[in-house]
Design a protein around this ligand. Structure first.
Ligand SMILES: *Cc1c(COP(=O)(O)O)cnc(C)c1O
Length: 362
């Protein structure tokens, strides 16, 4: 561990690979010898073209996307997508299916309803505090799309596999597990991810959209609200979030060149997740909150015997160089976010601390 750096279990913004941070630092004042910082160059320059094109190409290679898919960069976070998706794909009075698996999908549903769009909530896990991913869902065959959140950052659940929607395109919020595993992209019409969880810093949202979805976008939307604007201008109709895209590009490079692709990334994530869940399951003191077959490999949510102890646990963990373990304010408890950039070493440091804490307070 680099001196003074802690093990970072933040949910988002979250840990970035150390080598990426070092590369940013080392080239920050004079990017590639151009005499300017990367934050000072024009988005219309060749240097920036290279950055954004490399980010797109690496994303396509990592996810094995063919030319039907377009990689876009938008601002407004994943939350903006909640509004843009119904705006762009339900313009002709069509209806969409939504699966409600927690806070973020609830917000996505709300944004469609605010616009008076017709949507069906075809499944929900609200009956058990969103502690599981619904199964055997009946989708509507004439739905324009099926919206899901692939990983539920707050409740600590994740779709282990994706449902068969009989050809209806899946639109997925992958903010907190994007690039954590390989994907069978053919099922997806659109994938979006606020970068600050697993693929970069705050300020940019990656959107992957398929050609047939672009064709559904109506002309008469405000320019900045249409996916077609971003697709036809390589995400540079206006000034894009240049620095955030640059960092994202470096994270994609790290995934390809240091990790070795998404199969390798998935194996590492499985190893970390199993290590932590196995430890929690072996203890009578800690209790995982998500149902076993719905557990997230990215956000591990757990409880201690009392709220008092949880408070003390989070405080003492902080003193021991383990940060960001507080559960989301809406659910309480503890949460270890173990995204791509969080190492097995960090997870082991966490379980070591958990053992000690239990011994001293159990
Ligand atoms: C964090 C998060 C969001 C919200 O992202 P913003 O970029 O802050 O709008 C949406 N969905 C999921 C799954 C998230 O984890």
């Amino acid at each position: 561990m680099n001196e003074n750096r802690i093990h970072n279990f933040n949910a988002g913004p979250a840990a970035l690979p150390l080598s990426v941070l070092e590369e940013i630092r080392d080239s920050f004042l004079n990017y590639k010898g151009c005499g300017m910082s990367v934050t000072e160059i024009s988005h219309r320059s060749t240097l920036f073209d290279e950055i954004i094109n490399d980010a797109v190409e690496r994303t396509k290679r990592l996810l094995k996307l063919d030319d039907k898919y377009h990689v876009l960069f938008l601002q407004g976070g994943a939350s903006m997508q909640f509004a843009l998706i119904p705006m762009n794909f339900l313009a002709d009075g069509k209806s969409a299916d939504y699966v409600n698996t927690g806070t973020w999908s609830t917000k996505a549903i709300k944004e469609a309803q605010i616009q008076g769009k017709s949507i069906n909530v075809v499944a929900s896990s609200e009956d058990k505090k969103f502690s599981y991913i619904p199964k055997n869902i009946q989708f509507n065959e004439d739905a324009a799309y099926v919206h899901i959140a692939s990983n539920n950052t707050i409740k600590g659940t994740q779709w282990a596999s994706f449902p068969d929607t009989k050809g209806v395109p899946i639109v997925a919020d992958m903010s907190s597990d994007m690039m954590s595993r390989p994907l069978d992209v053919e099922k997806f019409g659109l994938i979006y991810a606020g970068a600050q969880k697993n693929i970069g810093p705050a300020g940019v949202c990656m959107v992957i959209i398929r050609d047939d979805m672009l064709k559904k976008v109506p002309e008469n939307l405000p320019t900045m609200m249409k996916y077609t604007t971003y697709a036809s201008k390589n995400s540079m109709y206006n000034t894009p979030p240049c620095f955030a895209i640059y960092v994202l590009q470096l994270v994609m490079k790290w995934l390809e060149e240091t990790i070795g692709g998404l199969d390798k990334m998935e194996a590492l994530n499985l190893e970390k997740g199993r290590f932590l869940y196995d430890f929690i399951d072996s203890s009578d003191y800690y209790r995982a909150t998500a149902e076993p077959d719905s557990r997230s490999l990215m956000n591990v949510t757990f409880r201690l015997p009392s709220e008092e102890l949880e408070k003390q646990f989070i405080l003492e963990a902080g003193k021991n160089g383990l940060g960001g373990l507080k559960g989301h304010r809406s659910v309480g408890g503890c949460r270890a976010s173990i995204y791509n950039a969080t190492s097995l070493e960090a997870v082991k440091a966490l379980t070591d601390f958990m053992k000690t804490f239990e011994k001293e307070n159990g």
